[in-house]
Design a protein around this ligand. Structure first.
Ligand code: NAP
Length: 334
């Protein structure tokens, strides 16, 4: 029996140049080789990494050919893992999906059952995909801020890349926990109301942070959740209050970090890296349990658009163009 999926392959064009091409195609069951748990996929999503993989950008896919999709949500068909039985609703974010093992943008997946997390009862499979890697990463940043000891009364928390997937869920979660959240965006005019509805008390223009600044600036933030990198990350480090924390998960502006050590040695600022892909299982369980406690499903629906499997590549182009708001779920059954 065949199933549909977005397969990414390396090909050579007529002039001999190497290309990375993604196409929605019918796949044979034997392409799925690694894993002890077979999943009938319900939903996936288009994250920034998926957008790169689906549009021919190198650097994401490390094994060829590969089914794209760093998120999978679905129902267990069979499992030799000892943990799951047919009919269980499960999810997996990262863990090599869509990078080194076949991913979630297909009607079937075969994964390592020890890495799976049960879909929290509070969420439908579509809502679990709406959270996806973006929401899981957002919660890892929130956990880092909490573990650093930052309390709502300590002062405002800045969220960058705020109208994107990670940013939107970070705002909603922090606001639910009682933090005063300031959203930085390049789309204040069109997305200001959206960000306020998620819980931001103030919306600032990302241009404030995008140019090189002084190594030490006025102390504004008790904590920062950054998804942007580059000069933005350098500036927010320079604006973080004594003893505060900045979490860094992304590089939407750039992978560089043109900063100085001054905020670390004069203000005791902590820079915490966030990696969702290789998160250990206990942390995955903790993050998903906290997401179930803190994220309002209705608010999640407000930040989500749902598309058919065939639409994944065109959505990927919009994600890279920066025109997508919140989360893009792919209904793999449509
Ligand atoms: N470390 C991890 O485990 C992990 C996990 C998930 C994602 N990520 C990374 O985190 C980043 C955000 O992911 P996402 O899923 O939220 O992506 P997304 O939905 O595409 O959102 C990215 C947001 O970044 C902002 N942005 C884009 N270009 C920018 C620029 N040149 N300067 C400043 N801001 C810019 C935009 O927000 P505004 O329109 O509001 O300005 C955009 O909506 C990506 O780099 C992604 O690869 C990392």
């Amino acid at each position: 029996m065949t199933f549909r999926g977005w397969m990414v392959e390396k090909t050579t064009d007529n002039e001999g140049a190497k290309q990375q091409v993604a196409r929605l195609t019918d796949l044979e069951a034997d392409v799925l080789t690694a894993g002890d748990t077979e999943i009938e996929t319900t939903a996936s999503s288009v994250n920034y990494k998926d957008a790169l993989a689906l549009t021919g950008s190198p650097g994401i896919i490390k094994a060829w050919p590969l089914i794209a999709g760093i998120d999978v949500v679905g129902t267990v068909r069979s499992s030799d893992s000892g943990r799951w039985v047919p009919g269980d609703h499960v999810l997996l974010n990262g863990a090599g999906l869509g990078e080194s093992v076949n991913g979630g943008l297909a009607e079937r997946a075969l994964v390592d059952g020890s890495q799976l997390v049960r879909v929290p009862q509070k969420f439908t499979p579509t809502q679990a995909a709406a959270i996806g890697t973006a929401g899981f990463t957002a919660m890892l940043a929130v956990l880092a801020i909490e573990r650093h000891g930052v309390k709502p009364e300590d002062g405002p928390v800045l969220v960058t890349g705020s109208a994107g997937g990670v940013g939107s869920i970070t705002i909603a979660t922090l606001a639910h926990l009682g933090y005063e959240v300031v959203a930085s965006t390049g789309r204040a005019e069109t997305e200001g109301d959206y960000l306020s509805k998620l819980g931001a008390t103030d919306v600032v223009d990302r241009a404030e942070f995008s140019e090189s600044g002084k190594p030490l600036q006025s102390q504004r933030w008790a904590a920062v959740a950054d998804a942007v990198g580059s000069t933005t990350l350098a500036n927010v480090l320079a604006q973080t209050r004594y003893g505060g924390i900045v979490t860094a998960c992304g590089m939407a502006q750039g992978a560089d970090l043109p900063a100085s050590v001054v905020p670390f040695i004069l203000r005791g600022v902590t820079l915490a890296g966030i990696n969702s892909v290789e998160a250990p299982h206990a942390l995955r369980e903790e993050a998903w349990s906290r997401l179930a406690q803190t994220l309002d499903p209705a608010l999640l629906d407000d930040m989500t658009e749902i598309y058919a499997l065939a639409d994944a590549q065109s959505i990927a182009e919009q994600v890279l163009a920066g025109t997508v708001r919140g989360r893009s779920v792919i209904d793999v059954t449509a």
